[in-house]
Ligand binder design. Structure first.
Ligand SMILES: [Zn+2]
Length: 285
């Protein structure tokens, strides 16, 4: 079963008078959606006690949460302070997963800075591998997936090939395929079912069936320039893409059951619903 849900709260959620994430669980269930991504992009501004209360509310409504770690994470950094913080952001994220009672922590691997792409990638990959193996050996990752994300800007680490190479290092690493990012980085290359099949085939070859089937997906239309991602759009866009239908057909052909989080600007729940409708309709054909 493919699961669908929004990243954060839609504009319509607030327009209907709801004020905080505690009410989001019931609202998402009413929309017929399955999952929800909570973003700590700008830092962990919540107590673990509050996370426990929110987690209980989501569990009551049978909506699974995933957590997005802070955007400041950079495993390729040359700055010792930022590197220490990077490790800390992941460790704190794991504490929030435990408090919410959920299993997926999504993170951006980092950016090149002044290094060559090759140097930055090798550095980030080695650090992630050592760190995750260390956490794993301490039994801190039981029931948990750390999910590095494919990125949309040319200076960021995270082509899908890089993400898969990183995920091959430990079974607790699960890819987050952000297809809006991949499309932005490749100047609109995601057009047909075979474009998605190619990515999933690489994933099957690199990390195997189980993690490919259960991978994490971000999907939204994203405006791009020659340097990649500019900004997130809504499903009303018909210039930049990508379109959901070819992905949907690839998921059905390969029998995949990912979690798909919609990151549209302001209409994330509405657009997640549109994807779920397209999926169910295509499945029924
Ligand atoms: Zn992200």
């Amino acid at each position: 079963m493919v699961l669908f849900g929004p990243a954060g709260n839609s504009d319509s959620f607030y327009a209907e008078g709801y004020e905080n994430t505690l009410s989001a669980a019931e609202w998402i269930k009413q929309q017929g959606l399955d999952i929800y991504e909570y973003s700590f992009g700008r830092g962990y501004r919540m107590s673990l006690d509050t996370a426990k209360i929110i987690g209980d509310e989501f569990k009551k409504n049978n909506i699974e949460i995933s957590v997005h770690a802070p955007y400041f994470i950079n495993f390729a950094t040359q700055d010792k302070d930022l590197l220490a913080k990077t490790f800390n952001y992941i460790e704190t994220g794991i504490k929030f997963l435990r408090a919410f009672g959920c299993s997926r922590l999504i993170f951006h691997p980092g950016s090149m800075g002044d290094q060559t792409r090759e140097e930055a990638f090798i550095l980030a990959k080695n650090r992630i591998g050592e760190f995750v193996n260390m956490l794993d050996s301490q039994k801190l990752l039981d029931g948990i997936y750390l999910c590095p994300e494919t990125m949309g800007k040319s200076k960021q680490i995270g082509t899908y090939q890089e993400i898969l190479e990183i995920c091959a290092l430990n079974k607790h690493l699960l890819p987050t395929f952000d297809f809006g990012h991949i499309n932005a980085l490749t100047q609109g290359a995601l057009k047909s079912k075979k474009d998605y099949i190619k990515i999933f085939t690489k994933s099957l070859e690199t990390i195997g069936t189980q993690r490919t089937q259960n991978c994490h997906i971000h999907f939204s239309k994203i405006q791009y320039s020659n340097k990649g991602e500019v900004k997130h759009l809504t499903f009303d866009d018909n210039i930049y893409g990508p379109d959901f239908l070819p992905l949907c057909e690839a998921l059905i052909q390969l029998d995949l059951s990912p979690h798909i989080i919609c990151e549209s600007s302001g209409t994330m729940a509405e657009d997640a619903k549109k994807m779920k409708e397209i999926y169910l309709k295509t499945l029924g054909k």
